[in-house]
Design a protein around this ligand. Structure first.
Ligand code: CA
Ligand code: CA
Length: 293
C-alpha cells in the first residue's frame, strides 16, 4: 500500500510486467462518468492525464513507463525485469506529451493532485518521482511546500546537461525543480557501471545529493513499442532512489520524510572524485539504506 506517484509522460498501466503494481483508486468507480470520491476528477482510477485533461494517463511516449518499471516492475513473475520495489503501487500522473515535453503548470497540477490524495483522501502517497526539468515558478515552489507539509518525499532528477550533452554545475546554472530548496527533496544525478558520474549528468555540491545508475538501464517500454527498452539519463537514476524510499516505507510505515532522507543520503558509498560535485559525494546503496548489508 505504499504509493509512488510517477509524474511523467504517463504509464502503460496494462503492461504485463507492471499491471499488478499499478495503483487503483479505491474511491472511484471506473467509467461511470461520476466523480465518486468527490476529489474533482471524474473516473481517476489509476491517476490523471494533466496534459490532455482526461482520466487516461496512458503513456504515448516511452519515458514514463520506463521510469515506472525501474521503481516497480513486478518481481518473480517469470517476465522481463523487476523493479527495485517488487511490490508497490504506482500512481500514473501524466503531464508530458508524446514528445516528452510539457508545461510546468501541468506538473504543478500533478504534484497538487498527489498531495491532495494523501491529505484529504487517505491514499498513502509517500514519494513523488520527478524525472524532468522545467521552469521555475511560484506555483511550483508552493506545490513543493504543500507536499512537504503532507510529509511526501520529492525525488528530482538533476537533469541531463546542456545542448552539447555535458553535465552542468547547478550551483551556478539552476534548473527546476532540481534547484529548488524544499526540505522534502532528494536530487539525483546519474552514474555509470564504474561509479563514475555520467558525462551528461548535472551536478553541484550545493544542489545535487547523490548519483545512482543511469547509463544503459534495461527496463520497460509500452507494450505497443516492444515492451522492453534500454535508456540512459538522470531520469533513470531518480527512480532508483524513489524505489529505495518506497522500500523504506514498506519496512518502516511510520518513517518520516526527513528520516527517509537521512537513511538514503547517510548510506551512500562515497567516491573520492565526487566529493566536490555532490552533497553526499556518493552513489546510492539501497541495501545500506535499508540497513541490510
Ligand atoms: Ca474522482
Ligand atoms: Ca467514476
Amino acid at each position: 500500500d505504499v504509493v509512488v506517484a510517477v509524474i511523467d509522460s504517463g504509464v502503460d498501466y496494462t503492461h504485463p510486467d507492471l499491471a499488478a503494481n499499478i495503483w487503483t483508486n479505491p474511491g472511484e468507480v471506473a467509467g461511470d462518468g461520476i466523480d465518486n470520491d468527490l476529489n474533482g476528477f471524474i473516473d481517476d482510477v489509476h491517476g490523471w492525464d494533466f496534459r490532455n485533461d482526461d482520466a487516461d494517463p496512458m503513456d504515448d511516449h516511452r519515458h514514463g513507463t520506463h521510469v515506472a518499471g525501474i521503481i516497480g516492475a513486478v518481481g518473480n513473475n517469470e517476465l522481463g525485469v523487476t523493479g527495485v520495489a517488487q511490490q508497490v503501487s504506482i500512481m500514473a500522473l501524466k503531464f508530458l506529451d508524446n514528445h516528452n515535453t510539457g508545461y510546468t503548470s501541468d506538473a504543478v497540477r500533478a504534484i497538487n493532485y498527489a498531495t491532495m490524495m494523501r491529505s484529504e483522501h487517505d491514499i498513502n502517497v509517500r514519494v513523488l518521482n520527478n524525472s524532468y526539468t522545467g521552469q521555475r515558478s511560484t506555483a511550483l515552489e508552493e506545490s513543493l511546500a504543500a507536499s512537504t507539509q503532507a510529509d511526501i518525499l520529492f525525488v528530482s532528477a538533476s537533469g541531463n546537461g546542456n545542448v552539447l550533452g555535458r553535465g552542468i554545475n547547478l550551483d551556478n546554472d539552476p534548473v527546476y525543480p532540481a534547484s529548488l530548496t524544499s526540505a522534502n527533496m532528494i536530487v539525483v544525478g546519474a552514474s555509470g557501471q564504474y561509479d563514475e558520474m555520467a558525462r551528461f549528468s548535472n551536478f553541484g555540491v550545493e544542489t545535487v545529493d547523490l548519483i545512482a545508475p543511469g547509463i544503459g538501464i534495461y527496463g520497460l517500454a509500452p507494450t505497443a513499442m516492444g515492451s522492453y527498452q534500454s535508456l540512459s539519463g538522470t531520469s533513470m537514476a531518480a527512480p532508483l532512489v524513489s524505489a529505495t524510499a518506497a522500500l523504506l516505507v514498506s519496512h518502516l510505515p511510520d518513517i518520516t520524510t526527513a528520516e527517509i532522507k537521512d537513511a538514503v543520503l547517510g548510506s551512500v558509498d562515497e567516491i573520492d572524485a565526487l566529493s566536490s560535485k555532490l552533497s553526499t559525494g556518493g552513489r546510492l546503496n539501497t541495501a545500506a539504506a535499508l540497513n541490510l548489508d
